[in-house]
Design a protein around this ligand. Structure first.
Ligand SMILES: [Ca+2]
Ligand SMILES: [Ca+2]
Length: 327
């Protein structure tokens, strides 16, 4: 979720200028707009999407990469209910209040359905859906988006928030959001935010996930100025009622960013700085699945084996079939 330095980001953006688009991304050409005139009595005439094959979901598959509309992506998320893939674009500095942040809507095969599905954000990060709403964290706001219409339906500003990052949603609709730099986790319910937990025992929390009556937390570890750590983070759980902490991994092992269930009783996580995708078993054994360049931020995962990775420093998102390495 962080670029290593502004210079690095500038270089990345400069290399991937629009003129260099095809050389940089392996992205596909944007689908042509439908130009067929609407018939007067065609009920689909009122729904432009009905004429546009790009507007439809496609089965989720591994093996694609796209850079169309992608700029400093922090999160990629598969919404099983709609069948679409969503990716948050920081576009610029992770703490930049620049108004250019957005969310891109993709089909499960990586085709871009809407590059400007949601605009007007600043630096959106984690994504997770619940009951038809897609939630994201944008600096000091928690933003709710209606998945059917793409309209922002709720914005909750959190006073005192420093750097909101990932979001998770409980069965009752409560949204949990991590503030890594403040060592704090907030809960948001009915438009009101409150502190759920705080302090160094949270290990500078980044990735979040609700699993039953537990909030699973991926710690980054105490960051230095360049976001490296002397001691990285652990994966642990907080009981949603008692807030008691239970370790999942006994030892610090990664600068954890993305966090998903693996569909096998354990977890899939990313280590942002090492570019790793890892599997953590229910008993806390961690092992590497894939290693990429640094910048593997908040991943999506859909069982049995498709991982969606934002390559944040490369301005592209990609999907991978991990069936050969998952246990
Ligand atoms: Ca931005
Ligand atoms: Ca994150």
């Amino acid at each position: 979720m962080f670029t290593t330095t502004p210079i690095r980001l500038f270089q990345t953006l400069a290399i991937c200028s629009p003129l260099m688009f095809y050389a940089c991304g392996g992205g596909e050409a944007p689908p042509a707009e439908s130009s067929a005139p609407a018939a007067a009595h065609d009920p689909a005439a009122h729904d432009p999407a009905a004429h546009d094959p790009a507007a439809h979901a496609a089965p989720l598959a591994g093996g694609w990469t796209t850079s169309e509309g992608i700029a400093t992506p922090e999160s990629v998320y598969y919404d099983a209910a709609s069948g679409f893939v969503f990716s948050s674009q920081i576009d610029g500095m992770p703490d930049g209040r620049d108004g250019n942040g957005r969310i891109v809507k993709l089909g499960g095969d990586g085709h871009v359905v809407a590059a400007d599905w949601v605009t007007g954000l600043n630096a959106p990060k984690g994504l997770r859906s619940h009951d038809g709403t897609l939630w994201t964290a944008d600096l000091d706001e928690v933003v709710g988006i209606d998945i059917g219409s793409g309209k922002v339906t709720s914005r909750v500003k959190i006073d005192g928030a420093q750097f909101l990052n990932d979001v998770a949603v409980g069965a009752d609709g409560t949204v949990y959001v991590s503030d890594m730099m403040a060592n704090r986790i907030y809960s948001v319910r009915d438009g009101k935010a409150s502190v759920f937990a705080e302090g160094e025992q949270l290990e500078w929390p980044n990735g979040l996930l609700v699993d039953g009556n537990r909030l699973i937390v991926g710690g980054w570890g105490k960051p230095k100025a360049d976001f490296s750590t002397d001691v990285p983070g652990r994966l642990f759980a907080l009981d949603l009622q008692t807030k008691q902490k239970t370790l999942i991994t006994p030892k610090p092992f990664a600068n954890i960013d993305g966090l998903e269930l693996d569909g096998r009783g354990g977890y899939i996580v990313t280590d942002y700085l090492k570019g790793k995708v890892m599997q953590v078993s229910a008993t806390g054994e961690a092992r590497d699945l894939r290693t990429f360049k640094p910048g593997t931020a908040d991943l999506g995962f859909a069982p049995p084996a498709v991982a969606l990775i934002p390559h944040m420093n490369e301005n592209r998102v990609a999907s991978y079939d991990l069936s050969d390495v998952l246990k």
